[in-house]
Design a protein around this ligand. Structure first.
Ligand code: X5A
Ligand code: ZN
Length: 648
């Protein structure tokens, strides 16, 4: 009897009514020529497929998307923004669409963008309404484009409409739903700037965001995500930011924030409903986030929120760019909503010291508004901490969905206690090269667009700046360069190739690997780690190499010091596969990357074209030299011009 019951339960609907919303139409928003981009249609497909094959969607009420009505969107966005998003996909915008997108921060647009934006917003409204009415206990809207960066009059950060903010205003405005207080939990790795601004003065909405901040150096790279941003007027105290000082935060860090900030405040606030801006880019394996929350971690975070608002919770997808990580994280969350497994276990790892510092600062800042935050945290608790440069448990390099991640995440809900962060066997060779090389500094000497610091930072933090047609995935280690200095070297700068993926038409900068006394080149030197240098090499050569071992290791370093330059076999098709040693600066080796001597022969013979840089690209070089304080604008312009016109 009992066996029969268990069996039937596992195939039938849950006792909990859980909604799940997926609609293929949201996949029609993609890059204009389907160029690779982290925010791509496969994200929601991967999640949906995973939930189907795990038998989750079968236990849920499956809903399909509805377009949001303008009147609801206008509660968050301005009329001009709504007009733009409504019309951007129409034919009459065909010629202007790309230009409009390139003037926005981290946005692409195509013929499917308008519809997807309306569906994403409408879907979150739809599930929120059903949960509010009690037709569903909870729900997950698998939507894209994401929303939390979108502001009143601005699309940014892959977001067009602020889906969660729109649904929140909808709930508050439909008075008969009886939803008067809403808690928004934004656990996407980026700060939810758009949502924060929407409810800045509104005490009906408690906005809580935990995000990588790095003192304003992590996207969106300003002070809006600081813990001092607590809201204003009647909304003062109803905006809580928990800004990580560093990457690599994991379950222990997030759970500490839940236990010592969010959960006590949620108790005191007593929301009628909870909306989660559920980005999964803080997940272990994410190429942009650099954090390490496991599916088990997400399950715990969600489980702890189910005790409020009578379990009325809506999750709306935001970011999350590793298909395996986001699928497993979403699955773990769905299992919590369905409430068919108990999530137990404790984490063996400790929070970073910086995590306790941030928790303390947040509590201090907000204790006047939330009495539950007033007590000092016991020293005994705070002294249980991990040092910041800990061994990494994750590997994934940039755009490749590393296989080891797949393996690492297979267990889906696996308590950290079985993960054994330090000696786990799965921690393959690829991890240890990273931690080894992350302790060694080199000067990376740049002569091209990387002389302009914001452009170089794309290789470290990920991102895309003016003029770039391709997004960078960044380094695994997103710490900025420790020092920057400029030097002149006796090498020749020149421009070759017809076009590049990053800059479009026009040649790109190369350095003649051999030095001649009468040549001079201005170089900007960044002090970074050898691990970061490897990630730069990988990105400069647009390689599909999996990075399970380094492109350039300590042996290569010895070798290049002795021989002056070495060619990297693994990226021999890349244009910058030749690492050149330029001497030492304060006991630290100076390295650059360029073409090799056989390429020089091909440039000279005309087999491969020499080609002047495009105006955009040349301007970037000039900006680098001018902002770096090396040359005046006229000097920089003529320096670039000479390099572009003088024969090799
Ligand atoms: C929704 C989200 C990230 C934007 C990063 C831009 N956006 N470099 O995760
Ligand atoms: Zn994000």
């Amino acid at each position: 009897m009992e066996a029969v019951e268990t069996a039937s339960r596992s195939t039938s609907r849950s006792l909990r009514r859980v909604g799940i919303l997926y609609d293929e139409r949201m996949c029609r928003h993609h890059t204009p020529d389907d160029e690779p981009h982290p925010e791509n249609p496969n994200r929601i497909r991967a999640i949906w497929n995973k939930l189907q094959s795990a038998g989750i969607s079968q236990r849920c009420e499956v809903l399909s998307a509805k377009e949001a009505e303008d009147k609801y969107i206008l509660s968050v966005h301005g009329k001009s923004h709504v007009d733009l998003i409504r019309n951007i996909s129409s034919q009459q915008y065909n010629s202007r669409r790309n230009r409009i997108a390139s003037n926005l921060n981290s946005i692409y647009l195509n013929e499917g963008s308008s519809e997807a934006a309306y569906l994403a917003a409408g879907s979150v409204i739809e599930v929120a309404k059903r949960v509010a009415k009690g037709e569903l206990d909870s729900a997950f809207a698998i939507v894209r484009p994401p929303g939390h960066h979108a502001e009143h009059d601005e699309a940014m950060g892959f977001c067009l409409y602020n889906n969660v903010a729109i649904a929140t205003n909808f709930l508050l405005n439909e008075k008969e739903l009886g939803i008067n207080k809403i808690l928004i939990v934004d656990w996407d790795v980026h700060h939810g700037n758009g949502t924060q601004k929407t409810f800045w003065k509104d005490p009906r909405v408690l906005f809580f965001s935990v995000h990588r901040h790095e003192f304003g150096n992590f996207y969106p790279s300003n002070d809006d995500g600081d813990y001092t941003m607590i809201g204003e007027g009647p909304g003062a105290g109803y905006n809580i930011n928990v800004p990580w000082e560093n990457g690599r935060c994991g379950d222990a860090d997030y759970l500490a924030v839940w236990d010592h900030i969010l959960i006590p405040v949620a108790k005191q606030f007593n929301p009628d409903m909870i909306l989660i801006s559920a980005g999964f880019d803080a997940a272990v394996g994410d190429p942009l986030g650099g954090c390490r929350v496991t599916p088990y971690g997400y399950a715990m975070l969600l489980r702890k929120l189910m005790d409020f608002a009578r379990g009325k919770i809506v999750l709306a997808l935001e970011g999350g760019y590793n298909l395996t990580s986001i699928s497993n994280s979403a699955l773990a969350c769905m299992e919590v909503l369905l409430d068919e497994k108990t999530v137990t276990g404790s984490t063996e790892a400790y929070p970073f010291e910086s995590t306790w510092r941030v928790i303390r600062a947040v509590r201090q800042e907000l204790k006047a508004f939330w009495s539950v935050l007033a007590d000092e945290l016991p020293t005994k608790l705070i002294s249980q901490k991990a040092p910041i440069p800990v061994k990494k448990i994750l590997i994934s390099s940039c755009d490749s969905e590393a296989e080891d991640v797949e393996e690492l995440l297979q267990g889906v809900i696996r308590p950290l206690s079985t993960l054994r962060v330090d000696e786990d066997r799965r921690e393959s060779a690829s991890v240890s090269w990273r931690s080894d090389l992350s302790n060694i500094d080199i000067w990376y000497a740049t002569f091209g667009s990387n002389m302009w610091k914001p452009r170089f930072l794309c290789y470290i933090e990920g991102g895309q700046v003016d003029g770039m047609q391709k997004l960078c995935s960044g380094s695994m280690d997103k710490r900025p360069p420790k020092e920057i200095l400029w030097k002149i070297f006796p090498h020749r700068l020149f421009f070759g190739r017809e076009s590049t993926r990053t800059w479009g038409l026009g040649g790109v900068a190369f350095l003649h690997p051999e030095s001649k006394n009468k040549d001079i080149v201005h170089m900007c030197l960044y002090r970074i780690t050898l691990e970061q240098f490897n990630d730069v090499l990988h990105q400069e050569n647009i390689s599909s190499y999996d990075m399970s071992s380094p492109l350039f290791d300590l042996t290569s370093l010895d070798c290049v010091k002795e021989k002056g330059s070495i060619n990297l076999e693994a990226v021999k098709k890349g244009w910058y596969h030749n690492v050149v040693y330029l001497g030492m600066e304060r006991d630290i080796p100076i390295l650059t990357m360029t073409c090799d001597l056989s390429d020089i022969e091909n440039f000279k013979s005309g087999k491969v074209p020499l080609h002047a840089p495009s105006e955009d690209y040349a301007n970037t070089l000039v900006k680098g030299l001018v902002e770096g304080g090396q040359l005046s604008e006229e000097e920089a312009v003529s320096y670039i011009k000479e390099a572009a016109t003088k024969p090799l």
